[in-house]
Design a protein around this ligand. Sequence first.
Ligand code: ZN
Length: 295
Amino acid sequence: MPELPEVEVVRRGVAEHAIGRTVSGVEVLHPRAVRRHVPGPEDLAGRLAGRVLSAARRRGKYLWLELGGGEPRTSGGEALVVHLGMSGQLLVQPSDVPDEKHLRVRFRFADGGPELRFVDQRTFGGLHLADLVEVDGLALPEPIEHIAPDPLEESFDLDRLAERLRARRTGIKRALLDQSLVSGIGNIYADEALWRAKLHWARPTATLTRPKIRELFDGVTEVMQDALRAGGTSFDALYVNVNGESGYFDRSLAVYGQLDRPCPRCGAPIRRDPFMNRSSYTCPVCQPKPRNAHL
Ligand SMILES: [Zn+2]
């Protein structure tokens, strides 16, 4: 499942190769890829033709392309929301490159240049149009207006988040994964950041000091920036970025997926606990379980 850094890598690729171009035609090759667009594939294709892809934006793991030109149906503007799902890719390909086996949607452009292709083997991802609404001075697609800023956004307010965390009765990892508090931190980045800050996943948020919360979010930002420099993590072989290159950050993970391997800080074998139908990886020495754990 792509996480924030992978989605950011895709966003940058789309921004470089597709933004500012006018869509001449959209071909939906599999209706499941546009199932979230309730009026159907023909409506989607008709409303995109003639529009300009004017900006590529992201919040957390959500990606959308703002639409310019043509006739917007609402005053606030519209966006094409892209869900990468488990295996979705956006590829920029010259039109003479044969179709990918799992090609779902093709965008052609008025400039006759490379196509933008949405390829998705497992078809959990998809595309749909959404109205933009204003939230705290930013234009967000309506389906994500309740999603909180992510730690890499300018509008991310750590002091405000620290207040909210300290007022909650929950464990820190559960809070990190709560998209209404902070977005874009998935299981991998939560485990890596908690290890950097030497915090157990079940530590009650009410017991965290402001400096500790700042240290934790410095760790979140660092691990995401590391992943961005590496082109995103590559724990799923299906996932490749906009130009078809996969990342290699998984080689530098300290705890995630490292069961029984030595902690890079103290050498103790990494342990795995069940957590919300998934797993939490921690060092038993650096991240001891608190007595008042929120399990
Ligand atoms: Zn350790």
